[in-house]
Design a binder for this molecule. Structure first.
Ligand code: HEM
Length: 414
C-alpha cells in the first residue's frame, strides 16, 4: 500500500459522520493515515468493526504485535501516539496481562458498587446546579451566555473521579489539562508529544507520592497497596498508567456524553417535549446519544496478530487497526437510511460506544448513572434552557478520538 493511496484522517475531527461516510464508500476496511503519517486500517461499518473487536487474532499490545513499534522511538512525529499505545495498562495489553490488570480495577465499578456512588453524584449535581445558576445570572447581567460544558458537564465527572481516586485539590486542574492534551490530536508535533509525556510523569507520580503520605479510603491508596504487596500484580509503571487510564477515561468521556446529550435535546425540541411528557425515557436518550455521538469516536490502536481477511481485504500481520465506534453508529446498513439522525424513540440498544468483548468499558454503569442523574436534574431545574448560538456554530473538540462539543453556550431563559 503506497502512502498516497491512504486516506488521511482529519486530526481535528471536524465532521466525523461525513468522514465516516466517505470512508464507507471506499469499502468495508480502508487504509488510512493518522496524524503524523501513522498507517492503519479502518473498518467502516458496524458488522466489520464488531467482528474485528471480537476476533482473538486482534491484539491491543503494540510491543508484541505492532511491526512499527521498534521504529516509534525514532520518529518524532509519532510521539503523540505513545500516550495511547505506549501506556502499560489494560487498554494496551493482551491475554493474561490484560486479565490481571483489568481485575485490579473492574470490581470497583460493578453495577452494585456504582449504585453506592449515587448519593455522591446527586449531591455534586445539586451543588453544581446552584453554582451554574449563579454563573448564568452573572453572565446574563453582563449580556452574555454561559458555557454549560465548563460550568456543569465538565466539573461533575471530574469532581467525582477525583474523589474516588483521592486526587488532592492542587492536582485537579493539572489532571484536567493533561487529559485534554492527550485527547487533542490536532497537534501531532514532537513538542506537544513531549509535553504530554512530561506531564504524565509529573502529575501521576505527584498523586502517588501524595497518597503514599496521606493514604485514604480511595482507589489510588488501594492500588499503591497492591503494588507494594506484590509487584508482579502491579508494577510501578503499570500503577502510573492504570491511574492515567481510569482517571482520564473516567471523566473526559462522561463530560462529552452530558454535553452531547444537552445539545441533542436542545436542537430537537420535539424530542425534549416527548421526554418531558414521559413518552421517551431518559435512558433511551442517553443510548441514542451514545450511538450518534459516542464520546470516543475512534480509538487507536489494535494490531493484526496474523493476516486477517475481512470484507475481501487482507490486513497483514503486524499492521495497525483503529476502532471506529462513531462510524459503526452511523452505518446505514445497520441502523437504516436515517442512521445519521438523532431519534431517541428509535429504540436502538446495540451501539458499540462502550466497546464489546474483553476490553469493553468498565465504567459504563457509572457513565450512565452520572448522565441519568445530571440530565433530568438540569432540565427540571432550568426549563427555559436554550442554546445561544446556531447549532452549526458549535465546534467539536479538536480530536479524531474524543467526540464532543468544545463549548455549549446557553442561557437559562425566562
Ligand atoms: C460516556 C462515557 C464512556 C465511554 C463512551 C467510554 C468508552 C469506552 C470504550 C469504547 C472502551 C473500549 C476500548 C476498547 O475496546 O479498546 C472503554 C474502555 C474502558 N473504559 Fe470507558 N467509556 C466511558 C466512561 C468510562 C468511565 C466513567 C470509566 C471509569 C470509571 C471508564 C473506564 C474505562 C476503562 C478502564 C477501559 C479499558 C477497559 C479494558 O481495556 O479492558 N470509561 N471505554
Amino acid at each position: 500500500m503506497t502512502a498516497s493511496a491512504r486516506v488521511a484522517i482529519d486530526p481535528f475531527g471536524s465532521d466525523i459522520p461525513a468522514e465516516s461516510a466517505r470512508l464507507r464508500a471506499l469499502g468495508g476496511v480502508v487504509a488510512v493515515e493518522l496524524p503524523g503519517g501513522i498507517p492503519a486500517w479502518a473498518p467502516t461499518g458496524y458488522a466489520t468493526l464488531k467482528s474485528l473487536i471480537l476476533d482473538p487474532r486482534v491484539s491491543k499490545d503494540p510491543r508484541q504485535h505492532w511491526s512499527l513499534w521498534p521504529e516509534l522511538a525514532e520518529n518524532p512525529d509519532w510521539v503523540w501516539i505513545l500516550s495511547w499505545v505506549g501506556v502499560v495498562n489494560m487498554l494496551s495489553s493482551y491475554g493474561p496481562d490484560h486479565t490481571r490488570l483489568r481485575k485490579l480495577v473492574a470490581p470497583s465499578f460493578t453495577a452494585r458498587r456504582t449504585e453506592a456512588m449515587r448519593p455522591r453524584v446527586e449531591a455534586i449535581t445539586a451543588q453544581l446546579l446552584d453554582e451554574f445558576g449563579e454563573s448564568a445570572a452573572s453572565a446574563a447581567e453582563a449580556g452574555g451566555p454561559v458555557d454549560l460544558r465548563a460550568g456543569y458537564a465538565y466539573p461533575l465527572p471530574l469532581r467525582l473521579i477525583c474523589e474516588l481516586f483521592g486526587v488532592p485539590d492542587e492536582l485537579v486542574d493539572a489532571t484536567g489539562v493533561l487529559i485534554a492534551a492527550i485527547m487533542d490530536t490536532s497537534d501531532p508535533s514532537p513538542e506537544h508529544g513531549a509535553f504530554v509525556q512530561q506531564q504524565i510523569f509529573s502529575v501521576l507520580p505527584a498523586l502517588i507520592a501524595y497518597k503514599t503520605e496521606h493514604p485514604g479510603d480511595d482507589m489510588t491508596t488501594e492500588l499503591i497497596r497492591v503494588r507494594d504487596e506484590d509487584g508482579d500484580r502491579l508494577s510501578d509503571e503499570e500503577l502510573v498508567y492504570t491511574l492515567l487510564l481510569v482517571i482520564g477515561a473516567g471523566f473526559e468521556t462522561t463530560v462529552n456524553l452530558i454535553g452531547n446529550a444537552v445539545v441533542a435535546l436542545l436542537t430537537h425540541p420535539e424530542q425534549l417535549e416527548a421526554v418531558r411528557a414521559g413518552k421517551i425515557g431518559w435512558d433511551a436518550v442517553i443510548e441514542e446519544v451514545l450511538r450518534v455521538h459516542p464520546s470516543i469516536a475512534t480509538l487507536p490502536l489494535r494490531f493484526a496478530v496474523t493476516d486477517i481477511t475481512v470484507d475481501g481485504v487482507t490486513i497483514p500481520a503486524g499492521e495497525a487497526i483503529i476502532t471506529t465506534y462513531a462510524a459503526a453508529g452511523h452505518d446505514p446498513a445497520h441502523y437504516g437510511p436515517d442512521a445519521d439522525e438523532f431519534d431517541a424513540a428509535r429504540g436502538a440498544d446495540d451501539h458499540l460506544a462502550f466497546g464489546i468483548g474483553v476490553h469493553r468499558c468498565i465504567g459504563a454503569p457509572l457513565a450512565r448513572m452520572e448522565a441519568l442523574t445530571a440530565l433530568p436534574a438540569l432540565f427540571d431545574r432550568y426549563p427555559g434552557l436554550r442554546l445561544t448560538v446556531a447549532p452549526e456554530e458549535l465546534r467539536q473538540v479538536p480530536s479524531f478520538i474524543a467526540y464532543g462539543w468544545q463549548e455549549v453556550p446557553v442561557s437559562l431563559g425566562g
